[in-house]
Design a protein around this ligand. Structure first.
Ligand code: HEM
Length: 135
């Protein structure tokens, strides 16, 4: 990710923060529309789960400059996801749902550059998580 992309991700995520709960709910709705099979993997309260997801993304966004420091955490997270029944291909479905949610939440601020920046950011996170599953 370029420094500009990191800044775009930080700024756009900050705009989403006030509507984080709604954004998380929108995200899951979209995810389960894209692939209804994924609903069964979520056995806990979705509101709580949505907060964990947003807080993990917030942690990552806050540390974009030293993302290497997060790699061990992401590897562990990736390993736990195997236990939740998540397959590699599901990461693409989540990417699609996430970008859609950002578009809805940010409106006109979701420019092509913001989209590219988030695609790169998600790629780093998902890449580290998936790499752990092949280790
Ligand atoms: C960058 C990508 C992702 C991040 C940052 C992320 C983050 C998290 C976090 C923080 C948790 C809380 C539990 C824990 O820490 O182990 C969690 C649980 C979970 N995630 Fe993810 N996740 C990602 C990708 C995915 C994908 C691709 C799927 C596929 C559908 C998925 C499905 C789940 C499920 C099923 C749970 C457990 C829910 C439950 O117990 O009800 N996640 N995720």
């Amino acid at each position: 990710m370029t420094p500009e992309q990191k800044q775009l991700v930080r700024d756009s995520f900050a705009k989403l923060a006030p509507i984080a709960d709604d954004a998380a709910a929108l995200f899951y709705q979209r995810l389960f529309t894209l692939d209804p099979k994924l609903r069964a993997l979520f056995t806990h309260d979705l509101k709580e789960q949505g907060r964990k997801l947003m807080s993990m993304i917030a942690t990552a966004v806050a540390q974009l400059d030293k993302v290497e420091a997060l790699v061990p955490v992401l590897r562990e997270l990736g390993r736990r996801h195997i236990g939740y029944g998540v397959r590699d291909s599901d990461y693409d479905t989540v990417a699609t749902a996430l970008l859609w949610t950002l578009e809805k939440g940010l409106g006109a601020d979701f420019t092509p550059a913001v989209k590219d920046a988030w695609t790169a950011c998600y790629g780093v996170l998902a890449g580290a998580m998936k790499a752990a599953t092949h280790a």
